[in-house]
Ligand binder design. Structure first.
Ligand code: ATP
Ligand code: MG
Length: 374
């Protein structure tokens, strides 16, 4: 389904390109290579063997497959094992730890499509999960499969594909529970349709990957019955400084390339940014001294987007070279949000920690602290 026309490198007649194509489009070449070389055993309905899925997600330089998710390989293995059995997979974790990214990569590799996605919210309805009706056809023909408008769960069961359910714990309980029969009995009833078409039996390859944010209250509210049908896997923030630096550097470079920005922030600038994020996230400095944590998550995903903003700012509004002052300008929107207490904490961080650093870029960072709002 990865149509060449939609690849960002080939805009149709100069028309605007997609801002963010799905993984199966962005990495279509890698998936083709892996499929051609894949000799490992495949679970029924999977387009790649679990070994090849693992390579797609964690990368293999010798095959030209880049590392997309930085994390414990055994987490990826456990996630795949859950999906190859008749249990769903629930990825839980702090915001911005790449839960959605991992679920997208799993779906793209296993089913060749990551777009059968339900976005969970307080307003999610059954129609958006299972199916709804084309009312013109419904009136003309009555309830038939032609008049039925399938939603992601219906399509995933019918076609044997992975269905993604983002932020499942934001949905009301009774909506979450509509997954019970599809996950346990692998069947979806369409009571409006008589006869055999009124029961949709899932094809091999169907399963559900859900994500839930540990900070959103509600994970605990999932019914015990539904919990039993999911394997829970926790996705943790990146523990190692150098690994996080490398990820932020590479992701920022990729985003800036797409934005037409030639200069990426220097290593010094990224070091300021990643150190600040990590120290505020952990509530302690690199040297182990305790300090205030922010209520905002200060995730790697936000570090990437701040580094991206710093590069964009320097290119379009500055002289091209990002400065510590650009970091201060871009930091407050990500770190403080609407919490006045967090602004005070961030100021204290500058006064108590940044002021102690003697390197020139840290001095310049400290000097720019007046740019914090308020
Ligand atoms: N371990 C990681 N591996 C790869 N990228 C990561 C990792 N952690 C964070 N990122 C960055 O975060 C981005 C993905 O964030 P994503 O939206 O998937 O997080 P999330 O956990 O779903 O967050 P939320 O809970 O807010 O929905 C990636 O594009 C990447 O830039
Ligand atoms: Mg997410």
């Amino acid at each position: 389904m990865a149509s060449k026309k939609t690849t960002p490198a080939q805009p149709p007649n100069g028309a605007p390109t997609m801002q963010r194509p799905p993984a199966e489009v962005t990495f279509a070449d890698e998936l083709t290579t892996l499929r051609a070389k894949d000799e490992g055993p495949r679970p029924p309905g999977w387009r790649l063997s679990p070994r090849a899925v693992r390579t797609f997600i964690l990368g293999d330089a010798s095959l030209g497959v880049r590392r997309k998710f930085v994390g414990n390989p055994s987490l990826v293995d456990r996630a795949m094992v859950a999906l190859a059995t008749n249990r769903g997979l629930l990825l839980v974790g702090e915001p911005g730890t790449a839960k959605s990214l991992l679920s997208e990569l799993l779906a793209a590799a296993i089913s060749g499509r990551s777009t059968l996605t339900i976005q969970g919210s307080a307003g999610t309805t059954d129609d958006q999960i299972r199916y709804s009706w084309n009312y013109a056809l419904l009136l003309a023909e009555g309830p038939t499969t032609r008049a039925l408008v399938p939603a992601p769960l219906y399509l995933g069961m019918k076609e044997g594909a992975i269905v993604r359910f983002e932020e499942i714990t934001r949905c009301p309980l009774e909506i979450q529970d509509s997954l019970l029969a599809p996950l346990s009995d692998r069947v979806l009833a369409v009571p409006e349709i008589d006869g055999a078409d009124g029961m949709l039996f899932a094809r091999d390859g169907f399963n559900v990957v859900a994500t839930a944010n540990a900070r959103d209250l509600g994970v605990n509210e999932m019914s015990a019955a539904l919990k039993r049908r999911f394997n829970f896997e926790t996705v943790f923030p990146i523990p190692d400084f150098d690994v996080e630096m490398a990820l932020v550097r590479d992701e920022t470079r990729r985003l800036l390339d797409r934005a037409g920005v030639p200069n990426a922030p220097s290593v010094e600038i990224l070091e300021l940014l990643v150190t600040t994020f990590r120290e505020l996230r952990a509530g302690e400095t690199k040297t182990g001294q305790a300090m205030d944590r922010l209520t905002t998550a200060m995730s790697t995903a936000e570090a990437v987007s701040v580094a991206h903003a710093v590069g964009v700012r320097a290119h379009f509004l500055g002289d091209g070279e990002a400065t510590p002052a650009d970091v201060v300008e871009c930091l407050s929107g990500a770190a403080v949000k609407s919490n006045a207490e967090d602004l005070a904490r961030l100021r204290r961080y500058f006064e108590q920690r940044v002021s102690k650093r003697t390197e020139p870029h840290w001095r310049a960072y400290y000097e720019a602290r007046h740019r914090l709002p308020g």
